[in-house]
Design a protein around this ligand. Structure first.
Ligand code: NAD
Length: 476
């Protein structure tokens, strides 16, 4: 007689379904507020897409790309390095080391807080229980008083593409660095597509990008995209805008891709194709109907400002509740859900969720974009400080950057800001704080920024609005 699958029962005051940045934050916050918490994660480690196959490994590889480019470009300034030798196995294990350190850190944080972690795929079986199936077949029934759904999203697939061919990649495959394709096509000129283009270009691939809209990173103002576009246009073989991929056919020598668009060829052969055309929520994969939770036809679960679903004791956070699908949004929503579940009067009322493309140069923006201001008929004053006038930008050899600020006409209150340039992703945080604090251009301009830094450029942009700028000449 063989043993049948094992089964367990657990009881939780709060169960969190999904162990990504939103989920583990919610679990830890709830535990810190005195709740007894069970955290369910389908993969054998915590951290979700962001830590394991997203934000963190991509940032490690983007750092590698930056080192390669900086060494290469410094030749013009009198220091020449030899061509890099790439040991892909070593790069991969370094990248995995970075994620493992954080995985281990999260497991330790869960232990310190006495959060029980159950590894396996969890699905609702009622409005007060979730069944978890672990890899070894063990079934665990988790009975809960309250639940927080944090199940994230998955890459959008285009049904006619041949996904069973390993030369067709999604972002997870691309981060695996199985090989360096000679000719790589990237479908989708959004954030994932352009970040991975940066990595593979540094590794030596010839890059082509195809984007449906008339601009890469379509959600961002065009003037912030232009410096990035100019640089990558020189580096990459092709950037086809307003172009559609009509077919991808596997052939012995590569993937034959058909195009429809103004400048693209009818078809071309590539060694690999990376598809990065957005992500879809995972709301349909958890038997939400068993708990009576409303999920829309795309898989989104709608919530109120306290992160409650239509079922009062069940909350949802992160990618599964809507765009933007960003870890830093999920983390804040996770805290709100945990606090409300623990009886606190919290609500998600952030004025903005910043966006960053960690390309080279980086692009970051927050608050109102200029496009949105125009569409909404909001009157604004605008200033754009050119980094060519920043001593720090010149000293690092990157003068193409721009820092832009939009302020309300009349009051000078900051409405939005954006930057393109080295470290823009770090610099945008100051603008976010200024918006949250209700600062105006004078507040920002009178704030003493250390010299010489790139952070000064936000102060200078604000001074351009106030009329007090001396670092450039403005006609009066
Ligand atoms: P995205 O929405 O940022 O970009 C997808 C791009 O593909 C868009 O520009 C879109 O116009 C284009 N597109 C759509 N269908 C197409 C088609 N058939 N052919 C050609 N182009 C097409 O999506 P993504 O880059 O896949 O990223 C997914 C999610 O992950 C986003 O929500 C993004 O914000 C998030 N993410 C964020 C970061 C970051 O914060 N740095 C990094 C990676 C991913």
């Amino acid at each position: 007689m063989t043993d049948g699958p094992k089964s367990n029962e657990l009881k939780a005051e709060i169960v969190v379904l999904g162990g990504g940045p939103g989920g583990y934050t919610a679990a830890f916050r709830a535990a810190d507020l005195g709740k007894q918490v069970v955290l369910i994660e389908r993969y054998p480690v915590l951290g979700g897409v962001c830590l394991n196959v997203g934000c963190i490994p991509s940032k490690a590889l983007l750092h590698m790309a930056q080192v390669i480019h900086e060494a290469e470009e410094f030749g013009d300034n009198g220091i020449t390095f030899s061509k890099p030798k790439i040991d892909l196995d070593k790069v991969r294990s370094w990248k995995m080391g970075v994620t493992k350190t954080l995985n281990d850190g999260l497991a330790a944080l869960a232990k310190q807080r006495k959060v029980t972690v159950v590894y396996g795929m969890g699905k609702f079986s009622s409005a007060n229980s979730i069944q978890v199936e672990s890899n070894d077949g063990t079934m665990t029934a988790v009975h809960f008083d309250q639940a927080i759904i944090a199940v994230g999203s998955h890459p959008t697939k285009i049904p006619t593409f041949p996904y069973d061919d390993s030369r067709l990649m999604d972002s997870t495959d691309a981060l695996d660095l199985k090989n360096i394709p000679k000719k790589l096509l990237i479908v989708g000129g959004g954030i994932i597509g352009l970040e991975m283009a940066t990595v593979y270009h540094a590794l030596g691939s010839e890059i082509s990008v195809v984007e449906l809209m008339d601009q890469i990173i379509p959600g961002c103002d065009k003037d912030l995209i232009t410096p990035l576009f100019r640089r990558i246009k020189k580096q990459y073989k092709n950037i086809w805008l307003e172009t559609k991929v009509t077919s991808i056919k596997p052939e012995a020598k590569g993937l034959k891709v058909g195009f429809e668009g103004k400048d693209a060829p009818e078809s071309e052969l590539f060694d690999s194709v990376l598809v990065a055309v957005g992500r879809q929520p995972n709301g349909k994969a958890i038997n939400a109907e068993q708990a009576g939770i409303a999920v829309d036809e795309r898989g989104f679960i709608s919530v109120d400002k306290q992160q409650r679903t239509n079922i009062k004791h069940i909350f949802a956070i992160g990618d599964v509740v809507g765009n933007p699908m960003l870890a830093h949004k999920a983390v804040h929503e996770g805290k709100v859900a945990a606090e409300v579940a623990a009886g606190h009067k919290s609500a998600f009322d952030a004025l903005t969720i910043p966006s960053v493309a960690y390309t080279d140069p980086e692009v970051a923006w927050m608050g109102l974009t200029e496009n949105q201001a125009k569409q909404q008929g909001i009157e604004y004053d605008k200033a754009a400080f050119p980094w060519a006038a920043s001593g720090r930008a010149l000293s690092i050899g990157r003068k193409e950057g721009v820092t832009k600020i939009l302020c309300e006409k009349g009051t000078g209150r900051i409405l939005g800001a954006g930057m393109v340039g080295t470290n823009a992703g770090e610099l945008i945080a100051e603008a976010v704080l200024a918006l949250e604090m209700g600062a105006d251009a004078e507040d920002i301009g009178l704030t003493i920024h250390p010299h010489p830094t790139l952070s000064e450029t936000l102060g200078f942009a604000a001074e351009m609005i106030s009329g007090t700028i001396t670092d450039i000449y403005m006609k009066r």
